[in-house]
Write a protein that binds this ligand. Structure first.
Ligand code: TPP
Ligand code: MG
Length: 381
């Protein structure tokens, strides 16, 4: 449990037992979960001690995961980071048009949760979707070509940055309407229950979506109908330029699940293993008993809301504080200290990610623009 949470003032105590009887994973953790206090305390010392605490926790968590999987998780995070740094670079020279929202700083959320899934499980998300698309198994080449609006893109260049989608990989987008995907994700999870599979759905959204009616309607129905949906709120603490504390009356997102008797948990999104463990607990609840969970995963985006954000609403100290807790740096340190990887191995991981990114850019550059005929294919109206 991060210090950020323990030092905050208590808002409302949660009850030990939630009405679903599934055991409330959040009951002890959510008592003092005020997002506002986290951004208020810009103190490098606190940030360093949080980092230290996560290192301790990761050291014990790695014992439960195969070294090969740990290496793959690190690779996916590094690939996501390097790929998106390249996206920013090529965006600035006009290769990518339209909106482009980067995931830099949030990689541990997508990687930790999605790599806990099994074949046949489903994912749906908002528009910050490039890294998740690659974790779902889409090729970096096809993701970059989509960003370029080229024919070789995952949806033939017709979706762009915000609409990565693959039926084969069970990744159902990539949605631009804030909160819109929460209802769709609930329906996707309901379909799995109806078909009597044991597959679950991860439904990602930002904390600004929690103020939408769709969030509340979906959670109510999911708990009432026992739908195997895992709601993942990526709480990066800002909705565009608006801080969460200026927009939400009760800033604990996890706590809102209590209104529906739903299991919930607060997780440190800088720690890929903490994300994995919380997701596994939620997956078990969903597979065994069709019970939904709300995970509030606290994270921070290191870049602006989108490539066109001048970013005047945050201080440099605040950004620095979170950068000191960089999820990739933390995980690399843990794996190095545990002698699971060496510096040379890390270098190799970085080189592989750079090569994959360069290959993606070359592919996107060379891919043709969609044919005019494509204007009338795959259109739903
Ligand atoms: C229904 C709706 N209202 C407003 C917008 C404009 N808008 C785009 S992104 C965004 C902020 C969303 O923030 P959050 O859900 O926290 O996700 P994040 O960008 O932080 O990942 C807003 C208000 C929108 N796309 N849809
Ligand atoms: Mg946000």
């Amino acid at each position: 449990m991060p210090k950020a949470a323990t030092r905050q003032k208590t808002q409302t105590k949660t009850t030990e037992s939630s009405t679903n009887g599934a055991g409330n994973a959040h009951s002890k953790k959510s008592e003092s979960n005020d997002g506002a206090a986290v951004t208020d305390s810009v103190n490098p010392k606190v940030s360093q001690s949080e980092h230290k605490e996560r290192r301790q926790s990761q050291k014990s968590s790695i014992k439960n995961v195969e070294p090969e999987l740990l290496g793959e998780m690190l690779y996916q995070m590094v690939l996501g980071r390097i790929f998106e740094q390249k996206c920013a670079e090529v965006y600035r020279i006009g290769k990518i048009g339209g909106f482009c929202h980067l995931y830099i700083g949030q990689e541990a959320v997508g990687v930790g949760s999605m790599m806990a899934l099994k074949a046949g499980d489903f994912v749906i998300s908002a528009y910050r979707d490039h890294v998740q698309a690659m974790v779902a198994g889409m090729k970096p080449e096809a993701v970059m070509a989509e960003l370029y609006g080229k024919e070789g893109g995952v949806v033939k260049g017709k979706g762009g940055s915000m609409h990565m989608f693959s039926k084969e990989k069970n990744y159902f987008g990539g949605h631009g309407i804030v909160g819109g995907q929460i209802g769709v994700g609930t329906g996707m999870a309901y379909a799995q229950k109806y078909k009597e599979t044991d597959n679950v759905t991860l439904c990602f959204f930002g904390e600004a979506a929690v103020n939408q009616g769709m969030f509340h309607e979906s959670l109510n129905m999911a708990q009432l109908w026992k739908i195997p949906c895992i709601y993942i709120c990526e709480n990066n603490q800002y909705g565009m330029g608006t801080s969460q504390k200026r927009a939400m009356s009760i800033s604990s997102v996890a706590q809102k699940a209590e209104a529906y008797g739903m299991a919930n948990e607060f997780v440190d999104g800088m720690d890929v293993l903490a994300v994995r463990e919380a997701t596994l607990r939620a997956i078990e609840r969903a597979r065994k008993d069709n019970l939904p969970t709300l995970l509030e995963i606290r994270c921070y985006r290191f870049m602006g809301h989108s490539m066109s954000d001048p970013g005047k609403y945050r201080t440099t100290e605040e950004i620095k504080k979170y950068q000191e807790r960089d999820p990739i740096f933390l995980f690399r340190q843990t794996l190095t200290e545990a002698k699971i990887i060496s510096d040379k191995d890390y270098e190799e991981i970085e080189n592989r990610a750079k090569e994959a990114t360069d290959k993606a850019v070359k592919f996107a550059d060379e891919s043709p623009l969609p044919n005019e005929k494509e204007l009338f294919t795959d259109v739903y109206a």
